[in-house]
Each structure stands twice: as C-alpha cells, then as structure tokens.
Design a protein around this ligand. Structure first.
Ligand code: ATP
Length: 360
C-alpha cells in the first residue's frame, strides 16, 4: 500500500482561482519526490495542502491508508523547511536545532543525544555554540534542515530550500540533502523550479504546469520518454529543439525549403497525419557530426558558438529554422560556415501539433 496518496486533489482559492487540478500521486515510504515547474504552476500550493497549511478544496489525501484531509499539521507527522531559514537569531545552533524537542518537553539527555546525532549528519558538530549570524548561507540552511529532521517525522517537506544560496553552495547542498535523505530514509517531497535540482535529487519527479500534472516519472523517464512538448522542453539544458512541420506524402515539410523524408518505419504510422501539423524534435546532444545512414541529415549555417569547456553550444540556422547543438569543443565549427550534422532516427521525437502529446 502506498504511504502517501493524493487522489484528485484540487485547490480553489477563496477568490475563485483554481490553482491545482486533479492532482494524483502515490508515494512509497522512503521515496524522494520532487515537484518541479515554472513559477505559479501550483507546486507550493500542493505542498502546503500536504502539510495541512492550506485546505484541500476537493479530493482525498491519505497517509498510511488513513484520510488526512482534516488532520492538523502536527497530527500528520510532517516537518517542513522553507526558502527562508527562519532561525532564531539570538539562539545558538544547538538551541535552534533542539527547539522542537525542547518545546515538546523532551528530557535533556535525549535532546543532547539527538542534537549531536543530527549535527553529525549535517556536518555542524563544530558550530553548535555559534549564533546564526556567524554562519554562511549554506550552514544556516543546514541548521534549518537540522531543526526539521531532529523530530522523528514520517514526512519531510522542503519548499525551494536552496534558492537563497549562491550557485556553488547550491551544488554542495544538493548532494548533502541527498546524503541526508539516504541516512534518514525519511519520505521527502521537495519543491523547486530548477530542473537540474529535480533531475539530480529525485527518485521520481512530478512536472507541473498551470495547475496540472504533466508527467510523473524517474529522471530517466522524463529525459528519454517525455509525454508532451512541455516536459520535453523543460527537462534538459540547452532545451530540446522543436520544429513544426506538416506531413506530406512521406515527408515533413518545415519552414522555408526544409523537407525531410520520414524514416521508412514511420511512413505508415504517420499516414493518419497526412496534411496535419506535427512537431519534430531532438536534443542538442543527440546529434552526430557529418552525414550518415539511418539518420536525418541536415545542412545548416553556423550563427554562433559558445565554448563552455566540456562542450560547445552551436547555434545554427536551417532555412528559416533555428536549432542549438551540443558538440565536442574540439569539433567546434567556424562561425558563419556551413555545417552538416545528422540526427539518428532513434533520437527523434514527434509530437502531435495540436495536442502536443508525444506520438508513440
Ligand atoms: P513559485 O515557484 O513562484 O512559488 P508555485 O508553483 O509554487 O510558484 P503557487 O505558489 O502554488 O505556485 O501558486 C499557484 C497559483 O495560485 C499562482 O497563480 C498563485 O498566484 C495562486 N495563488 C497562490 N496563493 C493564492 C491565494 N492565497 N489566493 C489566490 N491565488 C493564490
């Protein structure tokens, strides 16, 4: 049986705004789930409904098989870390971490043992006597996490906990949070708008847009089997290349002169699309330099190159269409030159031009 179950969860705010539509998810104990999506897509609202900080307008929320819609936040056995660390500035790291247990009236020996253990997991042992102002942003966030994990809770919720940190600290904290999750094994839901955080940390990712779940899957699933244009474009950096075209007698006619012969396997499959629009898509890294068989061969003009060290982003123009390619820096083409590349048939995704759903 699933540990957490969200069944057709909806949120309609008092002003009538429908922020979350029929959200469905089952979570196993110990899973690390990330909600990801652009600003305003309903991630925090869903998290707050799980935490009990926001009423659920419609639908059922179950914890371990028991309906939890009407349970208060404490009853749910949940701890939450927010974007702002909200530490008590006049209290030491020790007292900040201990706070929840002190409030519960736990005995001092137990508190000490738990604080020390938590500080060890978080690498804060040497900082227990310090005040928050004498800590770096990353260390403060670790104290905030410590305060949440010291209580033995069933569910750990985090809302953009790294957004106040600089890029380098974020990378470090990302792996630390994954490590903490491994040690504690606590079922975790983590909200972010950063696809890299989602991809690197999650067991499974829930991609949201405009209050609707777009796809739920492992990072591998979302990268290799995106359900629609939105997920395909959201996961991956630089984003996938998309070109709209019409199916015409075994070809795809795209902007300008560009016409590609559909691979033989697809000619039958796409017969129902004759005259209709589809989206032809491939990842910048899924190309091969030069021409080859069993691939779509393309001639393009190089407009711009960006050498990033481990790869070069090459911006090309194919007729009226633009694309970004990721190539080995040693193969960086000359600016303004003509350039041939191929997209192996298996690396191409096709989406329905109207529904934007993947064509399987
Ligand atoms: P962000 O990444 O910016 O935090 P989010 O995905 O977490 O975005 P939510 O905070 O869940 O988005 O908000 C979802 C939608 O609900 C937004 O359009 C927001 O304006 C709206 N919303 C949030 N709180 C309220 C409220 N109290 N009343 C009405 N609408 C609200």
């Amino acid at each position: 049986m699933a540990y957490l179950k969200l069944q057709n969860i909806n949120k309609i705010y008092p002003n009538g705004f429908h922020a979350v539509h029929d959200f469905n998810l089952e979570m196993e104990k110990g899973e690390f789930i990330v909600f990801v999506g652009p600003s305003g897509c309903g991630k925090s609202t869903t998290l707050r409904m799980i935490a009990g900080l926001e009423d659920i307008s419609n639908g059922d929320f179950l914890i371990d098989g028991k309906r939890a819609n009407e349970m208060g936040p404490r009853e749910r056995g949940i701890a939450m870390v927010f974007q702002s660390y909200a530490l008590y500035p006049q209290m030491t790291v020790y007292d900040n971490i201990a706070f929840g247990l002190t409030l519960q009236g736990a005995d001092e020996e137990y508190i000490e043992e738990r604080v020390k253990n938590t500080a060890r997991i978080l690498g804060l042992t040497d900082y227990l006597d310090r005040l928050p102002r004498a800590l770096s942003g990353g260390q403060r966030q670790r104290v905030a996490i410590g305060r949440a994990i010291i209580r033995k809770v069933g569910i750990f919720l985090m809302d953009e906990p790294l957004s106040n940190l600089d890029a380098k600290q974020r990378v470090t904290m990302r792996s630390e949070i994954t490590q903490i999750h491994r040690e504690t094994g606590t079922t975790t839901i983590y909200v972010t708008h950063d696809q890299t955080e989602a991809m690197t940390m999650a067991d499974r990712i829930v991609v949201m847009k405009d209050g609707y779940v777009q796809q739920v899957g492992t990072p591998y699933d979302l990268y290799f089997n995106p359900a629609n244009v939105f997920v395909a474009g959201f996961i991956g950096e630089p984003p996938m290349n998309f070109t709209r075209g019409k199916v015409k007698e075994g070809c795809i006619a795209m902007g300008g002169e560009l016409m590609l012969n559909l691979q033989p396997k697809l000619q039958d499959k796409l017969s129902s699309y004759e005259g209709k629009e589809i989206v032809f898509a491939y990842r910048p890294e899924a190309i091969v330099l030069g021409k080859q068989e069993n691939a779509y061969n393309i001639d393009a003009k190089v407009e711009l190159t960006e050498m990033l060290g481990d790869n070069t982003n090459v911006y090309v123009k194919i007729g009226e269409e633009q694309a970004i390619l990721k190539v080995d820096p040693h193969d960086t083409p000359e600016m303004d030159s003509m350039f041939s590349y191929s997209i192996p048939y298996d690396n191409v995704y096709l989406f329905d031009g109207k529904t934007e759903l993947v064509i399987k």
